[in-house]
Design a protein around this ligand. Structure first.
Ligand SMILES: Cc1ncc(COP(=O)(O)O)c(C=O)c1O
Length: 404
C-alpha cells in the first residue's frame, strides 16, 4: 500500500530531543526555540517569528492581535481548513467568504474588493498547496481600504511570490534577511519574496502532513509589522511580559494583557530544528517527486478529463501537494476507489466552509461555485519525502490505465 502521507525523519530528531531532555530545559522558549525562530527570521526576513503549538494557534494569535470588535468583518476563502475562519470567529468577528479562482483554489483577488464593506478589518489569503495568492492585488485592496492582511501560509513554507510590477510595495517592514542563503534576491533577476513576509501577520503549520514538521503538531506566528511585536510576545506567554523579563528589560514580570499558552515545549522545537537543518534536501526531493508527477501526467491530462495543479507566473512551487481536479463528485469518488483498490491512498480535501453545518448559517447566501467545484472534484495524490520516483511512476501508470 502506498499511503497518502508519511512523516519524514531526518535522523537527528531523537538526538536533539534527547539533548533538550538531558539539559533539563523542557518548557518553551529555550535554546531550540530561539534557534528555530532566528533561523526563520534570517532566512525569510520575518521581523519576528514565534513558534506555536500549531498553525491553528498561530492563526488565533493573529486574530487576537487584530483587536476585532463584535461585528467586524474578516474576508476568508471558503475553500480552506476550518482554522482560517475559526480563529477570527472566536474573536467575535463575522466571516465573509470569498470564492476561489477558476484556475486554482486560491482566493479570487479580482472579486475581492466587492466584498469590502465599512466593517471589513482583515483579509486572510490562504496560499493553497503552497502556491502564492496574487499578493500585489490583495495588498492593493488592503492598502486602499486600510485593512490588515494575515497570510495563512500553513502550507507555504519555503515558497515565494514573484512581483509582476516594479512599483510594488510588498515588503511591509523593510526588514532584510541576514544570511547569505536567503532567496529574497533573485533568480534570473526576478525578485522572489518569501510567503509569510508580505502581510502584516502570517501563520505557518508544522503538522505532520506539511513539508516540515515539529513532531506531529506545531506552527509559527510571523509578525512583519513592528506595531504588533511587543503584544505578540505577551499574548504568546499567557498575557505576561516574561520575554522582556528574560531579556533583562524589566526587573519583574506581571499579568499585563490577554493571552494563552501558545509556545511549544523545547522537545517539539528540538524536533523541528532537525528538520530545518535538512530543509534543502527535503525540498529538493519533494520537487523531484512533484516534477515526476507533472511530466508523466501532463500528456495524459491533455486527453483525459482532469486538470493539473496551476502555478501562476507570480508564484513558485514548494511541492507541498500534487492534486488533480476531476469533472464531478461521482468521477472523483470512482477514481479514489480505483486507486484504493490498487493500493494507493488518494484523498479529497476541504469541504467548503460556506455550505458546512456550522458555517452555513453564518454565510450571506452568495453562491461560491468555484469553492463547491474544488470541494467536489479535487483529489490529492501521495506526496511525501520517503515516496520514491518508482512509486510515483507506478501511480501514474495506474492513472494512465484508468483513463485508457
Ligand atoms: C490552510 C490551513 N490553515 C490552517 C491549518 C491549521 O494548521 P494546524 O493543523 O497546524 O493547526 C491548516 C492545516 O492543515 C491548513 O491547511
Amino acid at each position: 500500500m502506498i499511503n497518502f502521507n508519511q512523516p519524514h525523519l531526518t535522523g537527528k530528531e531523537a538526538h536533539y530531543m534527547y539533548e533538550a531532555v538531558y539539559t533539563c530545559k523542557l518548557s518553551g522558549n529555550g535554546r531550540f526555540t530561539k534557534a528555530c525562530q532566528s533561523w526563520f527570521e534570517n532566512r525569510y526576513g520575518f521581523r519576528k517569528a514565534l513558534l506555536t503549538t500549531s498553525g491553528t494557534d498561530a492563526l488565533e494569535m493573529c486574530a487576537m492581535l487584530c483587536e476585532l470588535q463584535p461585528g467586524d468583518e474578516v474576508i476568508v476563502p471558503s475553500y480552506t481548513f476550518v482554522s482560517t475562519a475559526l480563529a477570527f470567529l472566536r474573536e467575535g468577528a463575522k466571516v465573509v467568504f470569498a470564492d476561489s479562482m477558476r484556475r486554482n483554489p486560491n482566493l479570487d483577488a479580482e472579486t475581492l474588493e466587492a466584498l469590502v464593506t465599512p466593517r471589513t478589518k482583515v483579509i486572510v489569503p490562504v496560499h493553497y498547496a503552497g502556491v502564492a495568492c496574487d499578493m500585489e492585488a490583495v495588498m492593493a485592496v488592503a492598502e486602499k481600504h486600510h485593512l490588515l492582511v494575515v497570510e495563512d501560509a500553513a502550507q507555504a513554507i519555503d515558497s515565494y511570490y514573484k512581483p509582476q510590477t516594479t512599483n510594488h510595495k510588498l515588503q511591509t517592514t523593510n526588514h532584510k534577511p541576514q544570511t547569505a542563503n536567503h532567496k529574497l534576491q533573485t533568480t534570473n533577476h526576478k525578485l522572489q519574496i518569501p510567503l509569510g513576509s508580505i502581510g502584516h501577520l502570517a501563520a505557518f503549520s508544522f503538522h505532520e502532513t506539511k513539508n516540515i514538521t515539529a513532531g506531529g503538531e506545531g506552527g509559527l506566528l510571523v509578525v512583519n509589522d513592528e506595531r504588533f511585536v511587543r503584544r505578540a510576545e505577551i499574548i504568546w506567554e499567557k498575557g505576561t511580559n516574561r520575554a522582556e523579563f528574560f531579556r533583562g528589560e524589566v526587573n519583574k514580570y506581571g499579568w499585563v494583557d490577554m493571552g494563552s499558552s501558545f509556545l511549544p515545549s523545547e522537545v517539539n522545537a528540538a524536533f523541528l530544528w532537525a528538520q530545518l537543518e535538512n530543509i534543502e534536501e527535503i525540498q529538493a526531493k519533494r520537487k523531484t517527486l512533484w516534477d515526476t508527477y507533472w511530466k508523466r501526467l501532463k500528456p495524459i491530462a491533455e486527453k483525459a478529463p482532469f486538470s493539473l495543479p496551476d502555478i501562476p507566473p507570480y508564484a513558485t512551487n514548494n511541492a507541498h501537494m500534487f492534486y488533480l481536479v476531476l469533472p464531478s463528485l461521482e468521477e472523483r469518488t470512482a477514481f479514489i476507489a480505483y486507486l484504493k483498490e490498487n493500493g494507493v491512498g488518494a484523498v479529497f480535501h476541504y469541504l467548503s466552509l460556506h455550505s458546512s453545518p456550522y458555517y452555513k448559517d453564518k454565510h450571506d447566501g452568495r453562491p461560491l461555485p468555484e469553492c463547491d467545484r474544488y470541494a467536489d472534484c479535487l483529489v490529492r495524490l501521495p506526496l511525501f519525502f520517503d515516496l520514491t520516483v518508482e512509486n510515483v511512476n507506478h501511480i501514474c501508470d495506474l492513472i494512465e490505465t484508468y483513463y485508457r
